[in-house]
Design a protein around this ligand. Structure first.
Ligand code: HH2
Length: 340
């Protein structure tokens, strides 16, 4: 885990293989199914310079600890249940606890490895939700899912009190899209909880984050932010092996920023942590494809999820679990030549 490392000069960029791998010293990425046969260093000015593969830091190679009991040697699907009236793709559909539970059961049946439950939309322009309202949305749903399912449940919240209530109701992963910058008490809750913690990069609050976001270099700036948030989490008592990093696709980013992060996903293995990406149905897919409605962005969502997995990303956060499961199964079958 390399939260201490200096990202000011150059980033390591392993060139990750898909398909057959030649004999020879091709290190596994994060101990997973992907390997790489070459590496470069990326300079702040954007130049990629070939670098000796033997010098690729250990953080890129070492196996990641399981997340909430899930082995990460195979890509994992996190299915989204938004218990909100206003989420950008499913707002209002699962606000009632019964509807949310039914959706959770559908996603489990479709093959979700993790369920991510959220009670506050963080779409661009969204206003914050009162803590008690957010708790009232998510707690009954988490408790009801827990009665039916032993799998990992993640709470998608920026608020410490919501996180605590969700953990008490049966959540086993914390997913904070502000990486603990929104609520000063979140670090202490995460430190005490002893559960995996996803630290996501966002620029600004949802209400204003899409107002002309700018970066020196989005890849370097997101790296620097995550390195600093990892330090804060570890100082608060979160075990390094429990930290998941997420570049925060769509959170204070233009389509060009999102693409730079997608293209550079393999650089994030430098943290020695599992990587999670959430591209599902997001606006940049609409902007790049012309699919104006979120529900019409499933093909683009699948393409971006597969691309992420091709770069060694361990967890993809999606609304369309069945479709993602099928796409991943076929991708894997083509790659290995094996039917299962
Ligand atoms: N994206 C959303 C919410 N939570 N968490 C992580 N770790 N990564 C993401 O990319 C991410 C996230 C936004 O998607 P959604 O929950 O569907 O929408 P809304 O925020 O409108 O509820």
């Amino acid at each position: 885990m390399t939260g201490e490392r200096d990202v000011s000069d150059a980033l390591w960029w392993p060139h990750v293989l898909t398909g057959p791998c030649p004999d020879g010293p091709a290190p596994q990425i994060a101990g997973g199914p992907r390997r790489c046969i070459a590496a470069s260093r990326l300079t702040r000015t954007g130049g990629l310079v070939a670098a000796p593969l033997a010098d690729l830091p250990d953080a890129f190679r070492t196996a990641r600890a399981p997340v909430a009991g899930l082995d990460l040697g195979t890509p994992r699907i996190m299915g989204v249940v938004n218990v909100t009236p206003d989420s950008f793709s499913d707002g209002g559909l699962f606000l009632e606890p019964d509807a949310a539970l039914a959706q959770a059961r559908t996603l489990i049946a479709e093959g979700a490895d993790i369920l991510d439950i959220g009670g506050e939309s963080t779409r661009p322009g969204a206003e914050t939700v009162a803590t008690r309202d957010e708790i009232a949305r998510v707690v009954p749903v988490i408790a009801a899912i827990r009665r039916h399912w032993n799998g990992p449940i993640s709470i998608d919240t920026r608020k410490a009190a919501v996180a605590e209530a969700a953990l008490a109701a049966g959540a086993t992963i914390l997913n904070d899209v502000s990486a603990m910058t929104h609520d000063p008490d979140m670090a202490a809750v995460a430190g005490r909880a002893g559960v995996p913690l996803c630290l996501m990069h966002a620029r600004g609050d949802p209400a204003t984050m899409q107002d002309d976001p700018r970066y020196d270099s989005v890849l370097f700036d997101v790296h620097a932010f995550l390195a600093e948030r990892i330090k804060v989490a570890v100082a608060a008592g979160v075990a390094p092996g429990r930290i998941i990093v997420d570049p925060g696709i769509g959170f204070g980013k233009t389509p060009a920023h999102n693409l730079a992060l997608m293209r550079g996903l393999a650089t994030f293995h430098a943290f020695g942590c599992p990587i999670l990406t959430g591209t599902s149905r997001k606006r940049f897919i609409g902007m790049l494809s012309g699919a104006a409605e979120a529900r019409d962005r499933v093909p683009g969502s699948l393409a971006t999820a597969l691309y992420a997995v091709s770069q060694g990303v361990q967890i993809v956060r999606v609304h369309d679990v069945a479709e993602t499961r099928q796409a991943l199964a076929l991708w894997t079958a083509c790659e290995t030549g094996e039917a299962s």
